[in-house]
Design a protein around this ligand. Structure first.
Ligand SMILES: Cc1ncc(COP(=O)(O)O)c(C=O)c1O
Length: 393
C-alpha cells in the first residue's frame, strides 16, 4: 500500500476521539478545517448580517466551484451547488425532454430515489425502463448494455457505487459506450466522489450527482451537480427563479448559460463554504493513496468478518470500495446495529427499500452496513469484529 499519513488523518478528525465511526456511507466525520469554516461563517453572519457576510466571502464562494471542477476534472461553469445528491440528480433527470416510447437503461444497483423517478416518468410520459443485468462479478454488464441498447434509448443512468455494498460499477466503460452511441449518461456518484478518483472526462458522463456529507466529508445539506457544457443547452431545469434565469422583458426570460441554471437564489452559505473546504481538504490528500488505504481497510474488514462463525459478507464486484455489508445468523441487522451503538460503534443498515432490484435479485435480508474511511484504523476494525463475534445467535 502506498504510504499514508494516518496520524495526520486522525489528528485532523476530532470525532475519532469520541466514536468509532463506520457510517461513512451515511455521513463521514468532518475534518477540523471543515467544522471551523462552517462555524466561522455562521459567526460572521450573526455579527455582520447574512447578506453582508456572503458579499464579504464572495471570492471564497466562487472558489468552491473551481475546487469542485478540479476535483472531478470538469469546468467551474459546469457545476451547480445544490442541497444534496438527490436534488442534483433530480434536477438533471427532470430536465430531460422525454417522449413516449423513449427508453431508460439502468443497472441493478440503482438507488431507490432514482428508480422512483424512472417510474414516475414512465407514468407521466410513457417511457420504458430496462435494468441491464450484472456480469459474473456482480457489476453492470457492459456487454449486456450494448446488446439491449437501440435508437430509442434516451438515457443511461447508473449508480457508480451503490448504497448497499462495496461494488464500484465500471462507469468509464459505460461512458465510452454512451459517447459512441451519443446517448445521455447520468451517473449517480453520491457514494464515489471523495472515496475514489472520479474524472468526468475519463468517465465520459454528461451529468453527475454528488453529496457533500459522505466520503467527501463536507457538512450535511450540501451537494453538487455537474453538467457537461455541450449538454447544458439541451436541458431546461424543471423550475426556474431569478438566479437561474433573468426576467429581461415583461413577457420574456433568459436562462443562464452555465450550470447555475440549476440553482436557486437562497442557499446555506455556511454549508457551501464548508463544502468548498471539504473539497480543498480532499485535494490536500493524494486521492490514489486514500483510495488504496480505504480499499485495503475494507478488504481487511471483509476478511475478518468472514472468519466469524455465522457471519456472511455480501459485497460483490470486481472493484470494491469502502462499503462493507454483512449478516449474522440469528440476529437482525437492526439488532446488531443497536448492540454496536451501545458500544459507541456507528454502523447503519441497508434494506430492500433503498436498492430493491439488487436485494431481490440476490434474495437478501436487511444488511448491516459498515463503511470505512481512510481515517479508520485496524484497532477499530478489531473492536467492531470483536463485538460482532460476541453477539449471541
Ligand atoms: C447511491 C446513492 N445515491 C443517492 C443518494 C442520495 O443522496 P442524498 O441523501 O445526498 O440526497 C444516496 C444516499 O444514501 C446514495 O447512497
Amino acid at each position: 500500500m502506498p504510504s499514508f499519513n494516518l496520524s495526520r488523518a486522525r489528528a485532523e478528525t476530532p470525532g475519532c476521539e469520541f466514536t468509532l465511526h463506520f457510517n461513512n456511507a451515511g455521513a463521514s466525520l468532518m475534518p477540523q478545517p471543515v467544522l471551523d469554516a462552517v462555524i466561522e461563517h455562521l459567526q460572521m453572519e450573526a455579527w455582520i448580517g447574512g447578506y453582508e457576510a456572503a458579499i464579504q466571502e464572495h471570492e471564497r464562494i466562487e472558489r468552491v466551484y473551481d475546487g469542485i471542477a478540479e476535483l472531478i476534472n470538469g469546468r467551474s461553469a459546469e457545476i451547480a451547488l445544490v442541497e444534496n445528491a438527490t436534488a442534483a440528480w433530480d434536477l438533471a433527470f427532470y430536465s430531460i425532454p422525454f417522449q413516449p416510447g423513449d427508453r431508460i437503461l439502468t443497472a441493478t444497483a440503482s438507488y431507490a430515489s432514482n428508480y422512483i423517478a424512472f417510474l414516475q416518468m414512465a407514468q407521466r410520459r410513457g417511457v420504458t425502463i430496462d435494468a441491464v443485468p450484472d456480469d459474473e462479478h456482480g457489476q453492470v454488464s457492459v456487454a449486456a448494455l450494448k446488446e439491449v441498447w437501440d435508437e430509442r434509448v434516451k438515457l443511461i443512468a447508473i449508480t457508480h457505487a451503490p448504497t448497499n455494498g462495496g461494488l464500484v460499477n465500471p462507469a468509464a466503460a459505460v461512458g465510452k459506450f454512451a459517447r459512441e452511441t451519443d446517448t445521455l449518461f447520468l451517473l449517480d456518484a453520491c457514494q464515489s466522489v471523495g472515496q475514489l478518483p472520479v474524472d468526468v472526462e475519463a468517465i465520459g458522463c454528461d451529468m453527475l450527482s454528488v453529496t457533500g456529507r459522505k466520503f467527501l466529508r463536507g457538512p450535511r445539506g450540501t451537494g453538487f451537480l455537474y453538467v457537461r457544457r455541450e449538454v447544458l443547452e439541451q436541458l431546461e431545469p424543471p423550475f426556474l427563479d431569478l438566479l437561474s434565469a433573468k426576467w429581461i422583458e415583461r413577457d420574456r426570460y433568459e436562462m443562464r448559460s452555465d450550470a447555475r441554471r440549476f440553482e436557486n437564489w437562497e442557499r446555506n452559505v455556511a454549508g457551501i463554504i464548508g463544502l468548498g473546504t471539504a473539497v480543498s481538504y480532499a485535494l490536500s490528500w493524494d486521492i490514489n493513496k486514500t483510495w488504496a488505504r480505504l480499499q485495503n481497510l475494507a478488504a481487511h474488514l471483509r476478511d475478518q468478518l468472514g472468519r466469524i462463525p455465522g457471519v456472511t459478507v455480501h459485497d460483490k464486484g470486481l472493484v470494491q470500495g469502502g462499503i462493507v455489508t454483512f449478516t449474522k445468523e440469528g440476529a437482525t441487522a437492526n439488532a446488531i446495529k443497536e448492540i454496536l451503538r451501545q458500544q459507541s460503534i456507528n454502523v447503519s443498515t441497508s434494506t430492500v427499500f433503498s436498492t430493491r432490484l439488487d436485494m431481490e435479485a440476490r434474495n437478501l435480508p436487511d444488511l448491516v452496513r459498515a463503511s470505512v474511511h481512510y481515517y479508520n484504523d485496524q484497532s477499530e476494525i478489531d473492536r467492531l469484529c470483536a463485538v460482532v463475534e460476541q453477539i449471541k445467535t
